[in-house]
Design a binder for this molecule. Structure first.
Ligand SMILES: [Zn+2]
Ligand SMILES: [Zn+2]
Length: 853
């Protein structure tokens, strides 16, 4: 046998991946008589070339077949090459693409490169290699690796975002947004990474550190370009009803937008200059206004110095200095203790004219709301802790039943108002309405809506990005470069030495900078900042529909045919960046009539991470990384693909295991051994067991089809293993069965159906069976319906209470039952955040969903 020759250790003797799933058939008749070695490298090279010549994976514009647009998040072509994390997303997507083609769909499955970005520029600074050169080299490597995995992309549609043919349109979209009032320039304090020497968006700061390099961020005042994503806040929340996305991503975006309905109300305070000032505060709980015992204002509040008395100045300014060094996210963290410093002045509660002390507190953020909050210790956890710390009164004004009651912790629920003058006795909701109309009447406030989301800063002080097509004229200000002059090309020869002034290296290039104003032809200066890479990736999926168009970003007819994306597979880390920005771009285009849909991605799947064999995140420093090239060399792409699919449910993290890939390798070789044998036999026998083989074949046709349609890749591989083991077993017991029509038909169905998983070996065996066309052009098998899947009813409970009964296949695993339950009408209608739920599953009986209250 070839195993020893292949240099794979312990193939036969290693622990099986799962003893019930891999049958070790020592002394199996077939294996002993096998002569032909499984030469995967030869097979894979041969078919790779042949498919390319055949043009198998071309997507055809305007074909009569139903279309299916299957997208993967395109890679950043880093110097490290393809990572197994990419493989985790790309292989399942490829399986679906191949499956859909066999089901008769016209599939668009494209790939490209998100090629602008910091690593290439940093590499240029350190090694003197131009970002364009290193990026091009990396793309060559990526392309080779993607092809060696057998991914069935339509390579005619490949592009890189750093190609002028592409970024011309990224610039065009900047102008498009500008013309619609959705891009503007403003001066403001920005988060700045002192290492990357660039501005960062809020969502690019993680725990006060740069998302790329982990350096603590600082604040710096700069002139920046913004995209007005806040104009779409409501639309970004509203569109969720029409898309099939993981609940987790939807709730992350919802929290990011952070819409809250509340009240803006002004408190009055006397400044140290004798003037009276209005201090607007925002609250979502105006019903608790009679419980206010202090006011806290943000360290950035413009009135801070006016409201601080002389003897408190020193303490206050020291506190403010420290607070401004922290990032908003850190300041807002609910885990951190809330602190503040008394200003020495009081504000007046406009509803009861009571004086309440004022504090500066770093948990109040100036950009959110008005930069001042009313402190209601009895009804807010943070305020409660604050009041305890600074010895402030705690006054209960809402109770569950309208009676006075003692509290040991904040009572945050709605209830009946008490101690609230004429509003006592009203429910929280009624009180909110009445108080809002009273203060509106008095002209001291109003009901209002606030959002946490800020506008998106897109200026980057870097060279390797899409230029911002703007010329600054002393007279006309910022002027767009005329459309027919696009693209503004990045100059090739540039001094990458960071200027340390916060400016892009492009500012070093006088030839680039000095130009003429398009309006009056007088000297002007080109904008030297470039666009955030997320501007490039906000529209790339549209370009695949029409990648070569040099007159327009895309032809509307092609967009109407291909878009929206039917299935998008990629990492959840993009939840509040790429996935949010793309929705914003699409909504703006929809409003302008450029396209006819306003959600870009109909269905979204997030793949889990592949961890190292030590169950830790893969990293060079831990030495637990896995190189896909090496795996392909050692086991073949087919084995790597089968293993990646089998490693666990797509959405879950899973640890790499050498036993696991060895198990997958044994499985693929067993496929080879049995079907090469079948290919040599004549169909000239009949036996009693044929009917049984037909029924079992039908069972697996049903199962695998179902698993694929529901993206259950790991259980699908299990089904293939069971099916193969069955064929082995029966051929051992009744050797004649191999020469029957039923056995041959089962073999043909098996090879067809496994061809999306292991495309190379399937193609080789298919041709040995005597078929002339490619297996990838064959039709997906249709079950005859002679096998009836046994079903069972599962009771679904929420916190122990019966909510629904659902029908599932007998012996279904937890994941399948969970999904079926969450999709049932009765369960999905419940107003519950299932992402926080725990699931208790008793096989074939019960699923209890436990929600912590
Ligand atoms: Zn950084
Ligand atoms: Zn001008």
């Amino acid at each position: 046998m070839g195993e020893r020759l292949l240099g794979v250790e312990e193939v036969r003797g290693s622990t099986p991946l799962s003893s019930t799933r891999f049958f070790i058939l020592e002394n199996a008749r077939l294996e002993e008589t096998m002569e032909e070695e499984y030469r995967f490298t030869e097979i894979e090279e041969k078919w790779k070339e042949s498919w390319e010549k055949l043009g198998l994976n071309k997507a055809v514009d305007f074909s009569d077949k139903p279309k299916f647009y299957l997208l993967v998040m395109f890679p950043y072509p880093s110097g490290a090459g393809l990572h197994v994390g990419h493989v985790r997303a790309y292989v399942p997507a490829d399986v679906v693409a191949r499956f859909k083609r066999m089901k008769g769909f016209n599939v668009l499955h494209p790939i490209g490169y998100d090629a602008f970005g910091l690593p290439a520029e940093n590499y240029a600074i350190e090694n003197g290699i131009h970002p364009r050169i290193s990026t091009e080299e990396n793309i060559v490597t990526f392309r080779r690796q993607l092809k060696s995995l057998g991914l069935s992309y339509d390579w005619d549609r490949e592009f890189a975002t750093s190609d002028p043919l592409y970024y011309r349109w990224t610039e065009w979209f900047f102008e498009f947004l500008y013309k619609r009032g959705l891009a503007y320039e403003d001066k403001s304090f920005q988060w700045w990474c002192p290492h990357c020497k660039t501005v960062l968006a809020n969502e690019q700061i993680i725990d006060g550190k740069c998302w790329r390099c982990d350096t603590p961020v600082e604040k710096k005042e700069l002139k920046e370009w913004f995209f007005r994503i806040t104009a779409y806040a409501d639309r970004l929340l509203e569109g969720f009803d029409r898309i099939n996305w993981p609940e987790r991503i939807k709730s992350m975006q919802t929290n990011w937008v952070g819409k809250s309905e509340g009240t803006e109300i002004s408190f009055k305070a006397l400044g140290n200059d004798g003037e009276q000032y209005d201090i607007p505060v925002f609250t979502t709980r105006i019903d608790t206004i009679f419980g206010v015992t202090f006011l806290a204002i943000a360290p950035e509040h413009p009135l801070l110095s006016k409201l601080t008395t002389d003897d408190n100045k020193e303490k206050v300014s020291k506190y403010v200095e420290e607070a401004l060094r922290k990032v908003d996210i850190e300041r807002l963290s609910t885990e951190k203790e809330k602190t503040g410093v008394f200003l020495g002045t009081c504000a007046i509660n406009p509803l009861n004219d009571e004086k309440v002390p004022m504090f500066v507190g770093d948990y109040v953020v100036y950009s959110y709301g008005s930069g001042a909050v009313m402190g209601v210790p009895a009804h807010d956890e943070r305020d409660f802790a604050f009041a305890k710390k600074y010895n402030l009164p705690i006054r209960v004004v809402v109770s569950p039943d309208g009676n006075n009651f003692e509290i040991n912790e904040a009572y945050v629920d709605d209830g009946i108002l008490i101690n609230s003058a004429e509003f006592s006795g009203l429910s929280s909701k009624e009180a909110q309405r009445s108080i809002n109309s009273l203060i509106e009447e008095k002209g001291i406030g109003k009901g209002t809506i606030r959002y946490k989301m800020r506008d998106w800063i897109i200026s980057r002080q870097r060279y390797w990005g899409a230029p911002i097509p703007v010329i600054h004229c002393p007279e006309h200000g910022a002027v767009l470069v005329p459309e027919d002059k696009l693209p503004v090309l990045l100059p090739d020869e540039v001094d990458f030495t960071p200027r340390g002034t916060g400016e892009s290296p492009l500012a070093n290039d006088e030839k680039f900078v000095n130009t003429k104003c398009p309006i009056d032809d007088k000297p002007g200066r080109r904008e030297t900042d470039t666009q955030d890479g997320f501007a490039c990736s906000s529209w790339y999926y549209l370009r695949y529909a029409d990648p070569k168009n040099d007159a327009l970003p895309f032809d509307r007819k092609k967009i109407d045919y291909w878009l929206p994306v039917d299935l998008y597979i990629g990492g959840a880390e993009h939840a509040v960046m790429h996935l949010l920005y793309s929705r914003f771009y699409i909504k703006a285009m929809y409003d302008a009539g450029l396209i006819g849909f306003d959600e870009p991605f109909k269905k979204l799947l997030n793949q889990g991470m592949i961890l190292g064999a030590d169950h830790q995140k893969m990293s060079k420093s831990r030495g637990n990384t896995v190189n896909p090239d090496e795996m392909i060399k050692r086991y073949g792409a087919d084995t790597l693909r089968a293993y990646i699919l089998f490693i666990g449910p797509l959405e879950s993290d899973a640890a790499w295991s050498i036993d696991g890939i060895n198990g997958a390798f044994r499985f693929v070789k067993r496929v080879w051994n049995i079907f090469i044998e079948v290919s040599k036999l004549k169909v000239d026998k009949t036996t009693e067991e044929e009917r049984e083989v037909e029924v079992i074949t039908d069972k697996y046709i049903q199962r695998v089809t179902n698993q694929l349609e529901n993206f259950k890749f790991n259980t699908m591989i299990s089904s293939f293993m069971e099916w193969l083991n069955y064929l082995y077993k029966i051929s051992q017991e009744k050797p004649d069965i191999m020469g029957t029509k039923a056995f041959k038909e089962s073999s043909v169905a098996f090879i067809k159906m496994i061809s999306p998983v292991t495309p190379f070996i399937a193609e080789e065996i298919w041709h040995r069976f005597g078929f002339a066309e490619s297996v990838h052009q064959s039709k997906w098998p249709v079950p005859k319906g002679i096998y009836k899947e046994e079903k069972t009813l599962i009771v679904v409970e929420v916190n122990g209470k019966l909510k629904d009964r659902i029908e599932v296949s007998l012996d279904s695993e937890e994941e399948e039952v969970k999904e079926a339950a969450l999709q049932s009408d009765k369960i999905s209608r419940l107003d519950i955040d299932f992402s926080k739920a725990k699931f208790i599953y008793v096989k074939n009986k019960l699923l209890n969903i436990v929600i912590k209250k």
